[in-house]
Design a protein around this ligand. Structure first.
Ligand code: FMN
Length: 394
């Protein structure tokens, strides 16, 4: 792939994406909340995880496939839900769904995507997960689940780390509103980004089409206030039980950072816990997920599926998460950097980068599979020893 020469890293795609989308779109995609300290901590905490390279391991052709919740995936990573995905690049949801189907990795459609499950379902094949921001109204709730299921999405993800809206100061400063309003300032930004403007003009201004299908006639009733009322973002344990009773497929809870919560979720019949701090977008004093992952693994025991995200920027980060107890890793922004940089080709290039990076780093570790990653960790507390983290089965 020739992109590999000029854009060998996801950071290269991010740099190009920044030049191709209007400023307010970049602020929406790239910002976190508060002083964005948690976003920075996600990066530094991942960088702090080191491995001991191996020598004289012979030829290695690693197996990158994994099984998660009874399904086989070709790679140990997938696409996290991103609201207003189609604002970043036109038809983002459809493009990413197709990519997921081609690569045999999961694609998670957000409740607040710009396209409906019915629109995306035919493109995603058997790789569709759906992320729920829970509606208040029980009838709407039941209808959403019915539609999601009928559109072919088999795994339901309840996002639990948005009990209230976060302030997202950089987004506010940048003029981001929901739905986007074409103020003179925003129009001036759009005028500087003709490729984005052209692509977006062809599909129409991005809207929350799934949610709007419940707000009556579109337009007047699609205000943030109305959507905010419809989507109750502060579910409780009773709500979770209702969901468990009404969704007969795999159920995942996203945004978990506490070992005790993970244990309780497991006991409630949740099929996997998604360890995440929402890429630092919700709470600026949250721990980095990689810091709490070993304790969560120890608490839930071996064999219980754990998914990880927040700040993953390459294959090495995926290995770090797998070594510390995750079974699977999701990425949100990386795929959107690829999309905004080069459309479908850019998103596919993200998969290429991650796959090659996984192989290169596994080779350094002398490993033909993800088993044994934990044994190659450098343990900071004990100097350079070879003990696996407490609580791991391997
Ligand atoms: C622009 C943007 C929008 C997001 N929208 C949602 C969403 O609608 N639902 C959700 O559960 N998480 C959402 N997230 C969080 C992602 O699912 C994921 O947890 C996070 O992006 C992972 O970190 P990464 O972007 O560093 O890979 C969003 C993240 C971003 C960057």
């Amino acid at each position: 792939m020739e992109l590999d020469q000029s854009y060998p890293a996801i950071s290269d795609l991010a740099a190009r994406a920044r030049r191709r989308v209007p400023r307010f779109v970049w602020d929406y995609l790239d910002s976190a909340t508060g002083a964005e300290a948690t976003k920075a901590r996600n990066r530094s905490a991942l960088d702090a995880i080191r491995f001991r390279p191996a020598i004289l391991s012979g030829e290695i052709d690693p197996d990158l496939s994994v099984t998660l919740m009874g399904r086989d995936y070709a790679l140990p990573f997938g696409i996290a839900p991103v609201g207003m995905s189609g604002l970043v690049w036109a038809e983002a949801e459809r493009t990413l769904a197709r990519l997921a189907r081609t690569e045999a990795i999961p694609y998670t459609l957000s409740t607040v995507a710009t396209r409906t499950p019915e629109h995306v379902g035919p493109h995603v094949g058997d790789q569709g997960w759906f992320q729920l921001y829970p509606p208040r109204d029980p009838e709407i709730r039941a209808d959403m689940l019915r539609r999601v299921r009928a559109a072919g999405f088999h795994t339901l993800v309840l996002t639990a780390d948005v009990p209230v809206a976060s302030r997202r100061e950089r987004q506010r400063r940048g003029g981001v509103t929901h739905p986007p309003r074409l103020s003179p300032r925003i129009l001036a930004q759009v005028a500087l980004r003709p490729a984005w403007a052209l692509a977006t003009a062809q599909t129409g201004m991005p809207r929350l089409r799934f949610v709007e299908s419940y707000t009556g006639k579109s337009g007047a009733l699609s205000s943030t206030a109305h959507v905010g009322y419809l989507i109750r973002t502060s579910p409780d344990w009773g709500y979770l039980r209702w969901l468990r009773d009404h969704w007969d497929g795999p159920l995942v809870v996203k945004g978990v950072l506490e070992p005790a919560d993970a244990v309780r979720l497991k006991a409630e019949g949740v099929d996997a816990v998604w360890v995440s701090n929402h890429a630092g977008r919700q709470f600026d004093a949250a721990p980095a997920p990689i810091e709490v992952l070993p304790a969560i693994r120890a608490a839930v025991g071996p064999g219980y599926p754990l998914i990880f995200d927040s700040g993953v920027a390459g294959g090495l980060d995926i290995l770090r998460a797998l070594a510390l107890g995750a079974d699977f890793v999701m990425l949100g922004r990386a795929f959107h950097y690829g999309l905004a940089a080069f459309g479908a080709r850019g998103a596919a290039h993200v998969v290429h980068i991650l796959r090659e990076d996984l192989k290169a780093n596994l080779g350094q570790l002398g490993l033909g599979s993800f088993d044994g990653l934990a044994d190659r960790l450098v343990h900071r507390a004990h100097g350079c020893d070879d003990r696996p983290p407490e609580g791991r089965s391997t």
